[in-house]
Ligand binder design. Sequence first.
Ligand code: PMP
Length: 444
Amino acid sequence: MNIDIFSKCYKFEDAKQAKALGIYPYFRPIETAQTSEVIINGERKIVCCSNNYLGLTVHPKVKQAAIRAIKKYGTSCTGSRFLSGSLVLHEEVEEKFAKFIKKERAILFTTGHHVNLGVIQALVGKGEVVITDKLDHASIIDGCMVAEYYGAEMARFRHNNMQDLERILQKYEDKPKLIVIDGVFSMEGDICNLPEIISLAKRYNARVMVDDAHALGVLGENGRGTAEHFGLEKETDLIMVTASKSLASIGGFIAGDEDVIDYIKHFARSLIFTAALPPAQVAAISAALDVIQEEPERRKRLWEITNRMLKSFKELGFNTRNAQTPIIPILVGGGLQRVFSFWRELYDEGVFTSPVLPPAVPEGEELIRTSYMAIHTDEQLEFILEKFAKVGRKFGLIPGSGLPKGKIIELSKRRKLARRSTRRFFLGIKSWMRKLFLSKNDYV
Ligand code: PMP
């Protein structure tokens, strides 16, 4: 049998069918800047799914810094940090970030995904163990898989379950260990139990790396993230952040002791074998770091919004799981068709959110992920709540007139496919998701 390697591509119909049904939520091209309100396909939408927590993508200082850097350095480094791509600009921003995060050294990768790939691969090898939370971000899983290729072992504990973490630490008592955890979990919006993790790590001689993608600029008195939030900055060995969220750019840092960063710098494949971050993006990070420190009122406003939205969603009767941060999931449940339809109704009402599907969440616990920015206006927040209440009632998710709880909204006649092909379509979406997330990485 000699099958064309592309045959699976020609057979992949799920995304096309979702588009035909009008419920495909992915790859939606935005026609305007990334702020709290955008235009998609000519229609105005209030953004409720951005990671632009402080709204710095449109801050005049950040934009100006990027423009100035292009004027001085051009558009690209065209080489890796390792060889010809390093600029003084990279080293300056690394120093600035290390100082801000209170670590000896930091190094800048081209994306946050590259940081997790490269750091885990560089630090954890044969006879060593990387331990993760089951809800850790996919980029951490990818880093673990690369490390596994080099002979490392990978173990995962149940989400935020410290007994399960201790069980794993005991199992690997005699091996060198790195625990890698999200500071703020990207889909659930809860915070890791860093105090307990650090205390266990000390007891079992493990090191701790925190992925603060969603915590930088958000958590802590000065926005330094999860370690600052818990008063554990010295005890946290490595802090990873991405620049693609509060830092309004792209790129990612790892910060820690000088020798450890120097080692990573010389062994992380995803640093060495990819081009350096372009000047405009580096300058944007640098300016965003300044703004985070100069304008703490943005963080204050973000937390006012977060508390208000959490309270309002709960008062309306929505289940917001364990959310503690500007990421607020809304439990919809009832399967893929229901969550896709819920998402589409919100979208048609003018609210842009993200659906979260199994295996990222358990079957039947599908979510709509909402997230907030310091630049959301009160009117926009009211609009979001009003539309959620309307759609929530329609779906019987919250009290009020609507369909009985659990009933799936029928798709409009125009979009409706025959029942059988719809069922087949949702099975297809499930297998696509499983393939994307890899069954060994099921988060639940
Ligand atoms: N870690 C976490 C927790 C994330 O949410 C993300 C991105 N969503 C990343 C890492 C990867 O960051 P980047 O987008 O910079 O590649």
